[in-house]
Design a protein around this ligand. Structure first.
Ligand code: ATP
Length: 233
């Protein structure tokens, strides 16, 4: 089996409290992994540590294809949309992307156009971000995360607060990125129904610990049984 990501014994302590407590997980190449857990369970902290935004108190994050590579190189292979996308609202979507590209040494309008096309914003790229709906901002956030063609994409609550069309747009993009571009992903969400449409395998997080990893088929079965129990009651 070809693996992409290795997370080993990751912990993060704030004061005396563990936000993440000894989490280990491996991701296969091309897998979409869902993180589920109640508020404060540790999902965002785990994604922030994997992306390099937060330093762990203990443990390691590595990409198998880049063993021995510098931390900077490894982090450059990871795209993130964590919490609100960092967008300049007075700039157009195109200029937001152009800025990110220039930071990575990319100066190619065609490249920007291709990313806008993936997220379906090619016709709206000259609008200022402040004119964008929440769904469009999330799609632009995904586009920003795609600059540099990451191997791994981390999406933290990407559909939170979106209307049904916005949720479908994000779902379609996620599935396209996975199927057509082979991008491996971790997605956190509270909306289990939606995750079941996208994710291959789930990690259930509680109080900073990875309680259980479960396949989509197993989780569907549990959910169905649960619904049956509720109906009978
Ligand atoms: P939510 O869905 O509400 O975002 P979550 O599962 O993403 O929840 P985290 O945001 O990772 O959970 O938080 C895990 C725990 O770590 C919580 O108890 C939170 O209060 C704490 N925590 C997170 N960031 C910090 C910080 N910078 N300083 C102190 N405590 C923090």
């Amino acid at each position: 089996m070809d693996y992409l990501l290795s997370v080993q014994n990751l912990s993060k302590k704030y004061s005396n409290q563990f936000a993440i407590n000894n989490i280990s997980l491996n991701l296969k190449k091309g897998e979409i992994y869902g993180l589920i857990g109640k508020n404060g369970a540790g999902k965002t902290t785990l994604l922030k540590i994997i992306s390099g935004l937060v330093k762990p108190s203990n443990g390691d994050v590595a990409l198998f294809d880049y063993s021995g590579a510098s931390r900077k190189k490894v982090l450059s292979r990871i795209g993130t949309l964590i919490e609100a996308p960092g967008l300049y609202s007075n700039l157009t979507a195109y200029d937001n992307l152009k800025l990110k590209c220039l930071c990575l040494g990319i100066n190619d309008p065609k490249y920007i156009g291709s990313i806008l096309e993936i997220v379906g914003l090619e016709g709206e790229s000259n609008k200022k971000v402040k004119q964008y709906s929440l769904g469009m901002k999330q799609r632009l956030g995904i586009a920003m995360a795609l600059v540099g063609e990451p191997d791994l994409l981390l999406l933290d609550e990407p559909i939170n607060g979106l209307d049904p069309q916005g949720i479908k747009d994000v779902r379609d993009i996620v599935l396209k990125l996975n199927k057509e571009y082979g991008i491996t992903m971790i997605i956190s969400s509270h909306i289990l129904d939606e995750l079941l449409k996208i994710v291959d395998r789930f990690g259930i997080i509680n109080d900073g610990r990875l309680l259980k990893e479960i396949s989509k088929a197993e989780l569907k079965e549990i959910c169905c049984n649960h619904i049956e129990i509720n109906i009978e009651e």
